[in-house]
Design a protein around this ligand. Structure first.
Ligand code: 0A1
Ligand code: ZN
Length: 881
């Protein structure tokens, strides 16, 4: 583990390499503890580069065991080497030269899961962002692109499968007991997209015929015996390939596309060229083991990684500051794909819920950073929801500003101009400017200014003149390192809804630009006056969440109820219900804290129940409508001095109120939404299950006994219903014998299937209340909990810290002390995992003073540990700053 303090890298310091890499030829002689790597690299000096310039290659924990220049040993005086770098001097002036670097690495001992490692006896690599330098000394940066030839030599019996990027060249027996396989990837790529997989795996095969009629072989590799569980992933892959051709004109470019599912992986998946490596959680599914959410995640992540083939691989990033160039854009593409495969409105609601619960807190706390940062200490810590999800929202806003045709023209130009290059956010934006003629200078602030803008809006209607005036003000809060902010270009989709529900069509607008249904807010303060509005309209603003902002719009509950009932934009209807719910939930939290009786506005409950019972609305939407803002959402809205126990108690009381008032509706939904026949994971059936399980949850509030959930558990014939019933039992009746029984039955039935046992861990880790910590500690002693496996750690410790507000934020601070202890235990093995779980404390400053003091003390304990990884040190120091 690197425990240096980590140099800060600045965007302003970027300069191209002195030497151009022409070709890469790698040979791996696999051995679990002593793999030999020969890297033959052909370079030439870049034009104009000084003769004295040395070649500097990156390393990480490496030992050099051989170095040749044009096949001759390099004398010791000609180079310097440390585990972190190799510097070679006196290189040829003009002609290309060949450097051969030999290293030996130990995959078995690689617990960081970066570089070449072993998982369940399988050799596997992870090179993004800087993992290749743990394999060989190399110019390990994304702007160094070259074609790769790979030869893998390994024990024949142990490695019947030997894979790398590109097309298969050939393979055969090598010598006594060994075999080799050779691969060639003709598309120049950076080292972070390199991959190697070897071992004994099962495979599922299919084909895809591209739009130019080329047949591509598709293979998904999984552990033996799990082949049938890869069927849905294969289907999602074929749909993704088709969609990218139809929507973006992007065709696949190799003879073969492979996916490998592994059980030890730090993230969700990785888009290595032609050889995606996946966390098996995002590949394996069948009705018995996977929930509807699992199916949706698999579909989205398969698509995401596949879409990277163009947005990330064919066109890559010049440097890691440009990460959003590939991630924000590719998330936007996978969101659009899922919206087209499922219900667009319901998908958008889920995206916005996720954005608000994950990205908004990041943007409002000590870890806030721009979508395109200008400095970092540890790049692994910048795979954030800001880069990914806010990055996607910024792309979505470009599409909103430009309209469908110009956005498409801009994307086409980007692909045409930059194919085969490593580029910047500026190059991306320029493509849209050139294609549309629109100046995006001010808009680009979205990439550079951190913090969620707050837009405050008031309106005024004058009956006599038929004018409707809208006054807006934008404020971008200060964030670390950025105190003064410029006003941004905020595209706000809107409608003026008349009494009968139809939209008003004003005759004239003054005060700013309006294109179609988009109002362009560009000034700090700006007023728009609409004329020709015959009666007082209700304003529906930021429809479909056209901009990722906080909106303060003084609307009466009656106006919100009007939108909830009449808006043609389903998203706006959901947003209105949320806006009705929040003040009630905030009030309830305050009343719970003050020991007062909790009440709820009956008109809000009526609006909610009306949506729930409206059969013209799709069930998935009604389920979303009935799902109240989370405890974290309420905490964010309250803004500070937060008491998670009071927030929980207040929300619980409101849920009970709704449950009592709506019992009849929920009973009916519970019956009507039953899905008959064999399980299918399609969106319509998933929506019905979701609404039925939401009704089940409310009914247990109304009935106050575990009987109904226990019966639902007993009769469930798919994992969605089973896991939901189990969660209701565990969360509402943790001590009931029905819950003990269900937990035991669940474990007995799925013992041996680690991905399902993870659900068993997570369900228990999220049982609210102070008793959660003891439960989590006890579960860590369970033999099924494997401390080196990231999925196990995330499902128990991660879920507890991120997803159990009352359990984790215990008033006595024990939750924080536990987390500090765990971070210090995980960090030496796997710094990335430790750093990520530590971010669960990013909102600690909004806690009430006693809890905040405990949190600060726990963070300080971490900070004062001398042997921290750069990853954890970077996070903890930023959180305490
Ligand atoms: N590029 C991947 C995410 C990823 C990043 C870093 C990793 O290293 C541990 C792994 C995966 C994606 O966007 O899916
Ligand atoms: Zn990605």
């Amino acid at each position: 583990m690197r425990t240096d303090t980590g140099q800060i890298v600045h965007l302003a310091d970027y300069r191209p390499t002195d030497f151009v890499l022409e070709r890469v030829d790698l040979t791996f002689e696999l051995d679990p503890t002593n793999t030999k790597v020969d890297a033959r690299l052909i370079f030439h000096r870049r034009e104009g580069v000084d003769l004295s310039a040395p070649l500097v290659l990156d390393g990480d924990e490496l030992t050099l065991s051989g170095l040749l220049l044009d096949q001759n040993e390099v004398p010791a005086a000609q180079y310097d080497v440390t585990p972190e770098s190799l510097t070679i001097r006196d290189l040829p002036a003009e002609s290309p030269f060949e450097i051969t670097v030999t290293t030996y690495i130990n995959p078995e001992a690689n617990s960081q899961l970066m570089g070449l490692y072993r998982t369940n006896g399988i050799y596997c690599t992870q090179c993004e962002a800087e993992g290749f330098r743990r394999i060989s000394y190399f110019p390990d940066r994304p702007d160094v692109l070259a074609p790769y030839t790979i030869t893998i030599i390994g024990d024949k019996a142990a490695n019947p499968v030997m894979l790398s990027n590109g097309n298969f060249l050939g393979g055969a027996g090598y010598d006594e007991g060994r075999a080799f396989a050779a691969w060639f990837d003709p598309h120049p790529k950076p080292s972070y997209l390199f991959a190697l997989v070897a071992g004994d795996l099962g495979v599922v095969e299919d084909t895809f015929v591209t739009m130019s009629e080329r047949e591509v072989t598709l293979k998904i590799y999984v552990e033996h015996g799990k082949e049938a569980r890869a069927a849905y992933a294969m289907d999602a892959l074929k749909r993704s390939m088709k969609w990218d051709e139809e929507r973006f004109g992007r065709e696949y470019d190799l003879d073969i596309f492979m996916i490998v599912a592994v059980s030890d992986f730090n993230m969700g998946a990785m888009e290595n060229k032609g050889l995606n490596v996946f966390n098996d959680k995002y590949v394996l599914a069948d009705p018995e083991i996977a929930t509807d959410q699992d199916y949706a995640n698999i579909e989205a992540i398969i698509a995401h990684e596949y879409f990277h083939n163009w947005t990330g691989n064919r066109i890559t990033c010049r440097d890691w500051f440009q990460l959003c160039l590939k991630e924000g854009l590719t998330v936007y593409r996978d969101h659009e794909f899922s919206a087209d495969q499922r219900s667009r409105a319901v998908k958008r609601i889920a995206e916005v819920r996720h954005l608000k619960s994950e990205q908004f807190p990041e943007d409002a706390g000590p870890l806030a950073h721009p979508v395109r940062p200008t400095k970092y200490r540890e790049i692994n810590n910048f795979y954030t929801t800001t880069v990914y999800e806010k990055g996607s929202e910024v792309t979505r806003m470009i599409a909103t500003l430009l309209g469908r045709d110009d956005f498409k023209a801009g994307m086409d130009l980007y692909f045409e101009r930059h194919d085969g290059q490593a580029v910047t956010v500026e190059d991306f934006v320029k493509s849209f400017e050139d294609a549309s003629g629109r100046d995006l200078t001010q808009f680009s602030l979205w990439y550079h200014q951190a913090g969620t803008p707050l837009v405050t809006v008031s309106s005024d209607y004058d009956q006599a003149s038929g004018t409707f005036k809208l006054s807006l003000e934008q404020m971008i809060p200060a964030t670390p390192g950025q105190t003064a902010k410029e006003p941004m270009h905020i595209p706000l989709s809107f409608a003026l809804i008349l009494d009968n529900g139809s939209p008003a069509v004003p005759t004239k607008v003054a005060g700013g630009e309006v294109t179609g249904d988009v109002l362009h807010l560009t000034e700090r303060r700006q007023s728009f006056t609409f004329t020709g509005v015959s009666s007082r309209p209700v304003l529906s603003l930021n429809r479909s969440f056209s901009a990722p902002i906080n909106l303060h719009l003084d609307q009466t509950p009656a106006d919100l109820a009007h939108i909830a009932r009449h808006d043609t934009d389903l998203f706006a209807r959901w947003q209105a219900l949320t806006d009705l719910a929040l003040p009630n939930l905030m009030h309830a939290a305050r009343d719970a804290r003050d020991g007062k009786e909790i009440t709820c506005d009956p008109s809000f409950v009526a609006a909610l129940l009306e949506a729930a019972g409206d059969e013209t609305l799709e069930p998935a939407f009604r389920a979303q409508a009935l799902t109240l803002p989370s405890e974290a959402d309420i905490a964010r809205e309250l803004g500070g001095n937060n008491d998670p126990d009071a927030i929980h108690a207040g929300r619980d009381a409101i849920l009970s109120e709704i449950a009592k008032a709506g019992t009849k509706t929920f009973l009916r939904l519970f019956e009507d939404m039953k899905v008959d026949g064999a399980f299918t994971p399609d969106a319509a059936s998933a929506g019905k299950r979701s609404l039925r399980n939401t009704a089940l949850s409310y009914l247990t509030y109304a009935e106050g006994t575990p009987a109904r959930a226990a019966a639902a558990f007993a009769s469930a014939d798919n994992m969605t219903d089973l896991a939901q019933a189990l969660a209701v039992l565990a969360h509402r009746f943790p001590d009931a014998p029905e819950t003990t029984n269900a937990l035991a039955t669940f474990l007995a039935r799925f013992d041996g299937n680690a991905l399902v046992v993870d659900k068993w861990f997570s369900t228990q880790a999220t049982i609210p209340g102070a008793g959660a910590l003891a439960r989590v500690r006890a579960l860590m002693e369970n033999p099924r909990f494997i401390a080196t496996n990231p999925n196990r750690v995330r499902s128990l410790i991660g879920t507890f810290a991120f997803g159990n507000p009352t359990g984790f934020n215990r008033a006595d601070g024990e939750g924080y002390r536990f987390l500090a202890e765990q971070i210090l235990a995980i960090d030496p093995r796997n710094p990335q995992l430790a750093a990520r779980i530590l971010t669960s404390m990013r909102s600690w400053r909004s806690l009430e003073p006693q809890r905040a003091d405990h949190a600060r003390a726990a963070l300080t304990t971490i900070e004062q540990t001398p042997t921290l990884s750069t990853d954890v040190r970077d996070i903890v120091e930023r959180m305490l700053k």
